[in-house]
Every structure is written in structure tokens, then in C-alpha cells.
Design a protein around this ligand. Sequence first.
Ligand SMILES: [Zn+2]
Length: 246
Amino acid sequence: MPEFIRKLYGLAHQRFVGIGDYDNFALTSTLNHMIRIKVFVFNPFQENTYLLYDQTQECAIVDPGCYTENEKKHLKEFIDSENLLPVASINTHTHIDHVLGNSFVYEAFGLKPLIHHEGFQFLESAQEHGMAFGLKVAEIIHPEIFLNEGEVVLFGKSQLEILYTPGHADGSICLVSHENRFVITGDVLFNGSIGRTDLPTGNFDLLEENIRTKLYTLPDDYIVYPGHGPATSIGEEKTGNPYVKV
Ligand SMILES: [Zn+2]
């Protein structure tokens, strides 16, 4: 890819930082294909559910957190209205707020969650975790396919590379699109913050190391789409994140 397109693309991205719809099509028509990103903020934890899709209309759902009937309806209506075909459902980790919509996604689209195998045990006890927060998890959808570092999830003409980034929770992964220059970080890295490490399987040293070695080594212009709160970029976090600085 010529350098000028990269630069233009980086700038184009910057305009869309924030909560809402992320439309990567603008100013990027010279690239082969673009991933569009729709974000929904779901459940009492204000979790970001991402819908990624390209011009083939195939889409990947990341961290379906829809809980109420209204939230489920909202997700389904968007998918129907855009004529999308969900082909993959991925959990960046298996904390309750990121998996609450797994059963709905299975019911509606027949998709079982793709997870890292280290998140399996936690997912299997999602009903107990839900109860602790007064949330009802209708049914556990048992994963059949597990994701490992370096593998890619394909949808349409797009691909998402898996980074293995535990520290906030066992089995945490991040999803990178090098072609569209972004990373979905789950609860590993946030805008101005990092994931909690005081929950079971949390480990600050491990989280910090993974942020430094796997995320901060990505190019500065890569946009970061976190599991909660607004988007940011690798460069902004490297210089401004108070918890893990370069
Ligand atoms: Zn979490």
C-alpha cells in the first residue's frame, strides 16, 4: 500500500474517534475493502458490542452483550436493516458483561461463541456470575472452536488477527485488523485506562507486559476500540495512558 494512503487513512480514522458509528469508508475508497464498525452500548455494565462488516455484508459480532429485550431487538433490527449475515461471534474474554448476548446470538443466527480456551471455565459458570449481579443468564452456549494467538477470524473479505493478552482475565484476546488499522481490545486497554486486575485471574504485571509488548508495538495510528468507553489510538495511549506509559 502506498504511504500516502496510509497517512490519509490514519487521518480519516481520527475523525471517528468517539462513541457512535465508526465508518471507515470515508476517504479510503482506494483500499481494496473496508470494515465498517457499528458499536452498541449494552447491559448495566455499559459494555461495547461491536458489529464489524464489509461490502460482502458478512459480519462478525464481537462481545455480544445485549441483555434486555430491547437491546436484543436493537441488535437484530440493525443486522436486518443493513442486510448483514453474521458469520462469527467472538468473546474477547468471558466476563459476564461480554457474554450476556451469547444465547441470543445463537438463537437468532446459530453462532456459538469463539473464545480462547482459557476462558472456557469462566464461561461455563456464567449463570452463577450473572446471579451475583442480579442478572439472569438464560442458557450457556458452549463453544466448540477456540482461538489462539496468531490465528485469524475471517468474515467476508476481511480478517481479524488474534493477540493473546491475559492479565485482566484468563483467556483475554485482542483482535487486530492490519488492513483497516484498528484493534479491538476488550477490557485490556481503554481510553485513558486499563482493565481491572483485582478480579479472579487478574494480574497487573501480566497485563502491563501484554499491553507493552503486544499493543504498544502496533503502529501509533491504529485505532483502539475498547470494551467500555470511547475509542482511542495506540499513539494516544502510549503517551497519555496513566497506567502503562512507554
Ligand atoms: Zn472484563
